[in-house]
Structure formats: structure tokens, C-alpha cells
Design a protein. Structure first.
Length: 78
């Protein structure tokens, strides 16, 4: 399996969020658990720009899509 081009911290930076390990952990803890019925991009804590980016990357199955899926799983596991 190919290694992802980006790391989770890169996704947070792309979303304009603090991207250090403690901030990522805090974000996930604060926003978990996300209900299975809610698409990640539809979660109420995103700005419209952030939600648009998440939707676009998943729709295009772009380099970021694997990390978007990883974030979604982390938020649901909470």
C-alpha cells in the first residue's frame, strides 16, 4: 500500500487549525463522538470553507481523502 502524501497534521494546517499533536488530540476529544449519521463535512464545527474543502477532497478522491477518512474515524471513535 502506498504511503499517504500528507500527514494528519498537514490536514489540520490545510484547514487552518492548530496542527501540533496536543491541539489535534484536543480537537478530536472536543468534537467526539460524531454521530455515524452525520457526514464529516456536515458537522457543525466547520466553517463553510473547511466543509467545502472536505467535501471536495472526498469527491475527487484526492491526496487528502485518506486523511479526511482518518479524521472522520477518529471523531467517531471518541
Amino acid at each position: 500500500m502506498e504511503q499517504p502524501v500528507h500527514a494528519l497534521k498537514d490536514l489540520f494546517a490545510q484547514l487552518g487549525l492548530p496542527d501540533d499533536a496536543d491541539s489535534i488530540e484536543s480537537f478530536i476529544r472536543t468534537h467526539s463522538p460524531l454521530a455515524e449519521s452525520v457526514k464529516l463535512a456536515d458537522a457543525p464545527f466547520w466553517t463553510s470553507a473547511q466543509a467545502g474543502f472536505l467535501r471536495e477532497e472526498l469527491a475527487e478522491d484526492a491526496d487528502w481523502a485518506e486523511l479526511v477518512d482518518q479524521l472522520s474515524a477518529a471523531l467517531r471513535a471518541g
